[in-house]
Design a protein around this ligand. Structure first.
Ligand SMILES: NC(=O)c1ccc[n+]([C@@H]2O[C@H](COP(=O)([O-])OP(=O)(O)OC[C@H]3O[C@@H](n4cnc5c(N)ncnc54)[C@H](O)[C@@H]3O)[C@@H](O)[C@H]2O)c1
Length: 249
């Protein structure tokens, strides 16, 4: 049990990678708060997890909602040791100039500004606990961008930059900040990205991956577990690609 006694807040935990992370953290002994816009799905997952997992509804783009979610978690668990900023949204593939401004604003609010809200509302609790770990879910798209996804790619590049800046800023508080950069996986996001042709497109992309498949929630959960655990106690400011060798093949 690599997270025994830890209290972990995972955003976007109702689906996809976040559900995998919440599940693995709970199996490793953490008490997990599954934070999501989709409260019924978060509650359904929390009910299946060991260790007294809880579900909290919040829009991570809304500072007040993040404050309330952290407060609720502290009320129920007495503290906070780990935050996984996983909740995110993607865009429909389109040329950069054709993406409506409102969509760009929402991408940045959910994928980037949410990290600001966590800094304001969760970092004091991590400090109070004597230190902790933050894991941000970036994307391989930030490192190896594909055309048609410029604004999503840019939000994830911002997540990487913030991970590095915050790691430097928070080290004195014994708070480590790292990021995971997943390759494409079959989650709730694929419908937005590929529409009706999702399966064909995913198969074509999987064939280009040196290790021969796309990313699965368990792959991301294992990387987050390492970075959140004491095994990574001297690791901060890194970005860990979980990509089956895509960057090198
Ligand atoms: N699936 C991929 O191919 C892929 C690749 C690289 C990175 N990522 C990143 O992984 C993370 C998880 O995405 P996923 O692929 O599991 O997608 P998903 O759509 O399956 O899950 C996202 C979850 O976040 C929740 N969510 C969305 N907006 C929210 C908000 N404003 N407040 C609270 N919760 C919100 C959704 O309800 C959902 O439960 C995202 O940050 C995404 O950008 C995904």
């Amino acid at each position: 049990m690599r997270l025994q006694g830890k209290r972990a807040l995972v955003t976007g935990a109702a689906s996809g990678f976040g559900a995998g992370i919440a599940q693995r953290f709970a199996q490793e002994g953490a008490r997990v708060a599954c934070v999501d816009l989709d409260e019924p799905a978060a509650a359904a997952l929390a009910a299946t997890l060991p260790g007294g997992a809880i579900a909290i509804r919040a829009d991570v783009a809304d500072g007040e909602a993040v404050r309330a979610a952290v407060d609720r978690m502290l009320e129920l668990t007495g503290g906070l040791d780990i935050v996984v900023n996983n909740a995110g949204v993607t865009q429909r593939p389109r040329r950069a100039a054709r993406v409506p401004e409102a969509e760009i604003d929402r991408l940045f609010a959910v994928n980037v500004k949410s990290l600001h809200h966590m800094c304001v509302h969760a970092v004091p609790a991590l400090r109070e606990a004597g230190g902790g770990a933050i894991v941000n879910i970036a994307s391989l798209a930030a490192i190896r961008p594909r055309p048609g996804m410029a604004w999503y790619n840019a939000t994830k590049a911002a997540v990487i930059s913030l991970t590095q800046s915050l790691a430097g800023e928070l080290a004195r508080d014994r708070i480590r900040v790292n990021a995971v950069a997943p390759l494409l996986g079959r989650t709730g996001m694929v419908a937005t990205m590929f529409g009706d042709d999702a399966e064909g497109a995913l198969e074509r992309l999987a064939a280009e991956v040196p290790l021969g498949r796309l990313c699965e929630p368990a792959d991301i959960a294992a990387a987050c577990l390492y970075l959140a655990s004491d095994d990574a106690r001297f690791v901060t400011g890194v970005v860990l690609p979980v990509d089956g060798g895509r960057l090198v093949g």
